[in-house]
Design a protein around this ligand. Sequence first.
Ligand code: PAF
Length: 282
Amino acid sequence: MKDLTVVRTVADLRHAVGEFRAAGRTIGMIPTMGALHEGHTSLVQGALDRGDVPVASIFVNPTQFGPNEDFAAYPRDEAGDFAKLEAAGCRIAYAPGVEEMYPGPQLTTVTVAGLTDGLCGPFRPGHFQGVATVVCKFLIMAMPDRGYFGEKDYQQLQVLKRMAHDLAMPIEIIGMPTIREPDGLAISSRNRYLSPQERKIAIAMYRELTALAANVRDGRTPCAKAAAESAQALLAAGFDKVEYFDVVDAESLAPIERVAGPARIAAAARLGRTRLIDNVAV
Ligand code: PAF
């Protein structure tokens, strides 16, 4: 690697970040689980656009996966990820092992209440605690000026914004727009699980989300009834199970019955062995 420094320990990460700090640079952190795609490289670009030195982490975090989820199968391609980060302009890649992130028994966790009650929360118990705790650790390890996260995981983004606010972290959490395939499918590391037939069906999610957004935007249409129809449309298109299809307040994530301010429509559904999530602004 010519322009990308790969580090694997907290000490080396702090040293590498410190050198850029000493040169007067600001730091933008991009936490990832690897299997990088255009969504991740757009976060690197977001940091570059703000003048930050991009620092990415690559760590498939075991504590955010449930016992029946895809931790073991989650795609891993470290060499490919480093090459993509370097090509995108990232300067430091932090790729710790589990022992470095969780040395010995961990008695401390970060829980963001309320925001995790709905949407993915009930379907992935413990997930957001795992995410908030590991991101809190990454931010303390690197002490960036800004952290960059995709709006694709909208609930995660709101949870992390609230965590940074409530814990008075001197770090701005920036949400970056979802990157989509030309047919609208949100780019995700898990899309590679889709068969060619499922890939065709998958576009129904974005189609139904945008249709519902157009439908409820006037503030007169009752959201729950319209969203239930969208969920049915997903099943009719070939999805196996809809976990939720909700219209929520954009900040509190509480369900709303009629749109009267910033709102978000979010859905999660299963297609074969793949769980797809996506969301759009209203
Ligand atoms: O969005 C992800 O890839 C993960 O949840 C994150 C933020 C890197 C924490 O492990």
